[in-house]
Write a protein that binds this ligand. Sequence first.
Ligand code: TXA
Ligand code: MG
Length: 329
Amino acid sequence: MTTVLRVAPDRPDPFVIATAAACLRQGGLVAFPTETVYGLGVAALDAAAVRRLFAAKGRPADDPLIVHVADATALAPLVAARPPIVDALAARFWPGPLTLVLRRSALVPDEVTAGLDTVAIRVPAHPVAQALLVAAGIAVAAPSANLFSRPSPTVAAHVLEDLDGRIDMVLDGGATQVGVESTVLDLSGDVPEVLRPGAVTLEMLRALLPEVRARGLKPSGPHRSPGLLDKHYSPRAPLTLYEGAVERVIDRIQQDARVAEAAGRRVGLLIPDDDPAITAARLYAALRDFDTAGVDEILARLPTTTDGLSQAIADRLRRAAAGRVVDCG
Ligand code: TXA
Ligand code: MG
């Protein structure tokens, strides 16, 4: 049985938060809203509980989790090294959608880091996440609260769609704001690298970290960040991504849609809004809606905007497309 508790997103009821915090401390699995997407929380230092979380999500054990803490002071016991830049980044971007990958301490179980010598940590900004972390008083590992390879949940209903009966509790705090997952910044190597683009953009990071670079789409080594594998963030229906000049893309999508429909296939069209904040907030819900509607294929236009958030959106669309990309010139 999964208990659903509604909370006001801006001023969560302390009793509800205390109930969820107690569940976490006892090794339970609690989904909660963050400003990016819903996370599925578990006591990060409880290896047995973390294994239950992997089983609930159907997540492969070689995909490490992000540890969520209430503030930057909670970092100390979890990391083996704290490069000086961490304080400046924390002051500027925490709480918020930035995850830092740092060398880990021996306290963090292998289950959380997938055996890597680094740990990913973030301080979420959502008032419900903040209240929950403060009340629990422990580090909380939380992947997105979806079944493995499905789009991340941006409302509680998405969590239940995937995980009802498999987890203990869902805190329903309404829709998340950002809609795409946090920026993952790796500070464990020689050069700081963005492993996953998000709402904290390269440009924003460059102000503090001039040498920061983006990592290419294809992972080079073995599971440096397995979330970067293709076929992540995927709806059930195959998605084809069309890129290029708007008119040519729209013509080609209409043409391909007519061909598919003539062959009796149900087609979903994903034509993103010009405002990247709106597109990001709606993207995963749109992908799930196509699954609910039972479409056979999805034809999606790649936004032509190139700002940082648009890059995060493009990243997720490319992964959902898993190589099915049509370049319309
Ligand atoms: O916005 C978010 O980050 C959401 C909310 C719930 O906080 N969480 C989230 O978690 O997206 P998840 O598990 O779906 O994605 C975690 C990403 C994966 O790409 C994983 O490979 C990467 O972070 N990651 C975790 N630990 C890592 C590490 N030690 N080194 C490199 N990448 C790591
Ligand atoms: Mg995920």
